[in-house]
Design a protein. Sequence first.
Length: 375
Amino acid sequence: MSMHPDSEREREAISAEAAEWFAANYEPLDAAKRAQFGEWLRRSPRHQQEYLELLRLSRRLQSASAEPPSVESLLEEVRSEEPASAPPPAVHPGAARLITARRRVVSATVWRSPWLYAAAAAGIAGVGMLVLRSNIAPRPPEIAQVEVESQHYLAGHGQQLTQSLADGSVLHLDTDSAVTVRYGSGLRQVEVDRGQVVFEVAHDPARPFRVTAGSAQVVALGTQFDVYLQGEVTMVTVVEGRVSVGPGIAGGVTSNPVTPGRTPGGRQPLEVAAGQQVRVVRGELPAQPSQVDARQVTAWLHRQIAFEHEELSVVVAEFSRYSPSPIVIESPDLRSLTVSGVFNVDDPESFVAFLRSLKGVGVEVTPTRTRVYER
């Protein structure tokens, strides 16, 4: 089966980039280059894997510096590290260009030893194929030099958390919310694992602030915005400033961070201004942002939930996020009942009283749940 042309071109491009970074790392990197290298590594596990493959090949060649090896022994040494049960690696259409990229790196590694260059030139094709799919240790010393601080923050059920970050940015986590923060010399990356978070981002043009939430990715330089992850739906609401919103990869950091003029799907990212909201569903962007009341969206910062002409099922679902026991609507016809109001999440009695005031609605409170039914 042939590789899709787009996948082939992407892999060839990654191989070429890995070769360039390998050559650059032959001498110590300055702070700026080191930050760029760390950013490149974290864009995709494929970047790390390709770079590690080059490191492995380089080590095999350098280990022969004491005496000239035969091509056969070099190939045998690489083969010995393949898993015993691994099938023979398949050659894909882009292999020739991958080998060309590796040849540039190998020449930079062995230029001081002419006989070693000759051996590498004779065996590079075979070695290149053998290392294409080899199992490689995830983080050797060469990659460990990029220092990244990773922290996990969690707000439990009914709780909220405010957390300051190293650069002065502030995270506000709503109930049942969790994030993973990764900071480095050239990196500010936050992944919303679940729930709802308001970000107050400190301005730092050298390190764009990136947020991944489900299938959405947000980039901001200095602004305040709300991200709410609900299953396959991610809602981004801007309170102050502007952000760029594009599709990402659900469950992790995308390999193509949102940058002006490019998204992983080829679409222009949406620029979202204050008072606007974008709803991303399974990576699909809307045609344009919608206008919303940002104060209403972020009312939870004041331990409130606010709704205007919203279905009762949505309101109950939100209040249940704070309630000590679940609220269950047992009558299907009540789910679409439209309601408006502002409710204090710490006052469930007032919310129950509101439900009872609705025409045709009955409420029964038990120790384990609150039943909402049609009378």
